[in-house]
Each structure stands twice: as structure tokens, then as C-alpha cells.
Design a protein around this ligand. Structure first.
Ligand code: FAD
Ligand code: DHB
Length: 389
């Protein structure tokens, strides 16, 4: 088989890139290790920046997001028993859309099926060959048979555990990492959200987040220990702990119901440089991870895809390799700013197990300063709604 761009991974990065390329008549094939149902079963991010929403529109799959997504003009930051609103619209004139990653993935999958572009699910043992030559190839196994795809370029959109990043030699790749000493325990529940907007709560027992997927479905998180297992946390125990970390009004409005999804995610900051090696590009979680506190993971995957899409389309339409050569530096410049914001939000809002009294005082001062200073709130707002592409 031959294609122009072989895309590894059918998460949001791979599907979005595929859809944008297909719209421009650039041939692409997506190879995905899992089944489509498995990919749709993963509950992940929920906040979409304007830039990412515009890209979904450009890919022709934004209609349902605009119909069903919730526009949020701000968030609330809670500490010391009080909530403080950060008004994005007033501070930076922008808002975000609350719409689940699962729904985005579903819209992209349907768009791809409608366009008739090929996705090979359950592709096993994907391997990358000759990435520094002129004729790269991707091999995989499907139903016991070996296959090979010849292509011009490979887009590694296969997430943190994928094969693409690992195909770049150690002598080329530099990694930067911070692992946080806690995780997030999250549940989905068919109950209305506690508040109209997301509540990010800092408490001496740990962080908590009240988010949502719709007017009738809540997504709730609490900071947990890395040793905790999902089985340790009954719904009763989860709600009891969440209520300890929220203010009185939020507790009064919390409607408890049986969870229908419960999972623990570890928190990590990670960047691999460069994001291009020969004819292989990395995009999304394949190249970087942010702790979820800033709601940036999915949005960063989208901005990488934007730069890569522009670069590939410039190459195929105008014959220029300038943006291909600039891809890694352009993407990384924005990645590092989102890494900084996610690290800052995480550091400010979580309880660090071995933090000293001084460090806790610094966290309290940071929060007090944030909600008292329009300059500080503006900084949070412009990062949360998304820095320009
Ligand atoms: P992924 O979504 O990881 O997609 C990669 C795809 O590649 C997967 O479908 C995978 O099956 C496939 N793949 C992997 N290896 C191979 C291979 N060898 N061959 C073929 N295919 C392969 N972000 C937030 O902003 N808020 C959150 O609450 C949040 N929660 C998260 C919870 C978890 C458990 C995780 C893991 C991430 C979370 N994120 C969150 C981050 C966000 O979901 C990711 O940043 C986003 O999914 C990145 O998209 P992606 O397409 O780059 O990678
Ligand atoms: C959600 C996840 C986040 O990490 C975040 O910062 C905001 C919302 C969510 O899953 O709804």
C-alpha cells in the first residue's frame, strides 16, 4: 500500500490531522492498535480552547460541539471555604467550550468514515522504517498477516506509550520530565453539575475539581495517593472526601449518584525534543504530557496538529519545506508555555506530601494574590483560554 502521510494512532491528534489532510486532498492512512470502541471508551479531557474548536470546524466536524457543548466564560477557584470567580470574558474577551474528548473522538471518527478515508484498527506490532531516508515505510500485522505502507511522511500521534517516539535514537532525543507524588481519582455521574462553571478547589486534604460533561452529567475529581487503587474508593468514600474539600454552598448543591466510570490517572510533566526526526513528526501525547490541572492535554495535541497540517499542506500545495523544517521549533515554543501553565496550576492547587510549612505559606500567598490581582487573574485567564497559535 502507498499513501502520502501514514498516521500512527487514532486518538484526537491522529484523527484530527487525518481529517484536515483529507479535506485538502492529501492521502493518509491511520493505523490504530486498539479497536474503535476501545478508543471511544476512554474518558479523558473535557475543556476545549477556541483555537482547538476552530480546528474542529476547519475539519468539518464542529457542528455537534457547537450544538451540545457548553460555553464557559470563567472558572471558580476555591480555597479557605470561599469561591472566587475568574471571569475570562471580562479579562481577555474569550471563553472555552466544555465538550468531552470522547465526543470529539466520535465526531472525528464519523467524519472520517463519511469521507471514506482508511483507518486500520487492531494494527499490531507497528514499526517505523527508514525515517531518515526519502522513502519511509510503516509495517504492521493484522489478522496474522504482515503489511507494509510506503509513504512520504509519518505522523506519530500514538500517545505517550506509542512506538513513534521510541523510534527516534537516544542520541537525538532529549527528554524532560517531572513526576508528581499524587494522582487524580475521577468519576462520571448522571447528576447535574454542582455549579454553572468548573470549580478548582485547593484544600489541606488535597485538590478537588468539579467539572461536567453536560447540564445533567458531572465529572468529579479528587487528588489521591499514588498507592490508591480504584477498588479502594467506593462512591460513598469518594463523595465524603470530595465534600471535605469543597465550600459549604458547593456541598449543599452536590447531588450524589452512582458513578458509571471511575479511574485514577498519575500526574506527569514530560517533553521530548525535537518533535521531528527525518520524515517522522511527533504530535500530541507522543511528544509531551502535561498534568491535567490546566486542561491542556487535548488542546496541545490540537495546536501541534495545526502546525503539522499547515506544514504538510504547504509542502503538498506549494512545494515548500520551510514549515516542515520549522515544525518542531514552532510546536515546542507553544508546548513549553502550556507546560509552564500546567505545572504552575498543579503546584498552586495540590497538597504536596512532603511540603514544608514555608512552601504551604507560599501556596496560600499565591492563591490570595491571584484572586486579589486583576493582573494575576488575567495571566491565568489568557493561558486557560489558550495562547495564540
Ligand atoms: P492519545 O489520546 O493517547 O491517542 C493515541 C492513540 O494511539 C491511542 O488511540 C492509542 O491506542 C494509539 N496507539 C498507541 N500506541 C500505538 C501503536 N504502537 N500503534 C498504533 N496505535 C497506537 N487531558 C485533559 O486536558 N484533561 C483530563 O482530564 C485528562 N485526563 C486524562 C486521563 C488519562 C488517563 C490520560 C491518559 C490522559 C488524560 N488527558 C487529559 C490528556 C488528554 O486526554 C491527552 O492529552 C489526549 O488524549 C492526547 O491525544 P493524542 O491523540 O495525542 O493521544
Ligand atoms: C476536566 C479535566 C481537567 O483536567 C480540567 O482541568 C478541567 C476539566 C474534565 O475532565 O472535565
Amino acid at each position: 500500500m502507498r499513501t502520502q502521510v501514514a498516521i500512527i494512532g487514532a486518538g484526537p491528534a491522529g484523527l484530527l490531522l487525518g481529517q484536515l489532510l483529507t479535506k485538502q486532498g492529501i492521502d493518509n492512512v491511520i493505523l490504530e492498535r486498539q479497536t474503535g470502541e476501545y478508543v471511544l471508551g476512554r474518558i479523558r479531557a473535557g475543556v476545549v480552547e477556541k483555537g482547538a474548536a476552530d480546528l474542529l470546524d476547519a475539519a468539518g466536524v464542529g457542528a455537534r460541539m457547537h450544538r451540545e457543548g457548553l460555553i464557559h466564560d470563567g472558572i471558580e477557584v476555591a480555597f479557605g471555604g470561599e469561591r472566587h470567580r475568574i471571569n475570562f470574558r471580562e479579562l481577555v474577551g474569550k471563553s472555552v467550550i466544555v465538550y468531552g474528548q470522547t465526543e470529539i473522538t466520535r465526531d472525528l471518527m464519523e467524519g472520517r468514515a463519511a469521507a471514506g478515508a482508511p483507518t486500520i484498527y487492531e494494527a499490531e506490532d507497528v514499526s517505523l522504517h527508514d525515517i531518515t531516508g526519502d522513502k519511509p515505510r510503516v509495517r504492521y500485522k493484522k489478522d496474522g498477516a504482515e503489511h507494509e505502507i510506503a509513504c512520504d511522511y509519518i505522523a506519530g500521534c500514538d500517545g505517550y506509550h506509542g512506538v513513534s517516539r521510541k523510534s527516534i535514537p537516544d542520541s537525538v532525543l532529549r527528554s524532560f520530565e517531572r513526576v508528581y507524588p499524587f494522582g487524580w481519582l475521577g468519576i462520571l455521574v448522571e447528576k447535574p453539575p454542582v455549579s454553572d462553571e468548573l470549580i478548582y478547589a485547593s484544600h489541606e486534604r488535597g485538590f478537588a475539581l468539579c467539572s461536567m460533561r453536560s447540564h445533567t452529567r458531572s465529572r468529579l475529581y479528587i487528588q489521591c495517593s499514588l498507592e490508591d487503587r480504584v477498588e479502594d474508593w467506593s462512591d460513598e468514600r469518594f463523595y465524603a472526601e470530595l465534600k471535605r474539600r469543597l465550600d459549604g454552598d458547593a456541598v449543599a448543591r452536590l447531588q450524589e449518584g452512582p458513578s458509571f466510570e471511575k479511574s485514577i490517572a498519575p500526574l506527569r510533566s514530560f517533553v521530548a525534543e525535537p518533535m521531528r526526526h527525518g520524515r517522522l513528526f511527533l504530535a500530541g501525547d507522543a511528544a509531551h504530557i502535561v498534568p491535567p490541572t490546566g486542561a491542556k492535554g487535548l488542546n496541545l495535541a490540537a495546536s501541534d496538529v495545526y502546525y503539522l497540517w499547515r506544514a504538510l499542506s504547504e509542502f503538498y500545495k506549494q512545494g515548500s519545506k520551510a514549515s516542515i523544517d520549522a515544525y518542531s521549533a514552532r510546536a515546542l515554543a507553544r508546548v513549553w508555555k502550556a507546560e509552564r501553565f500546567s505545572w504552575w496550576m498543579t503546584s498552586m492547587l495540590h497538597r504536596f506530601p512532603d511540603s514544608s510549612g514555608f512552601e504551604q505559606k507560599m501556596q496560600q500567598a499565591e492563591l490570595a494574590y491571584l484572586v486579589s490581582s486583576p493582573a494575576a487573574m488575567t495571566s491565568l485567564a489568557e493561558n486557560y483560554v489558550g495562547l495564540p497559535y
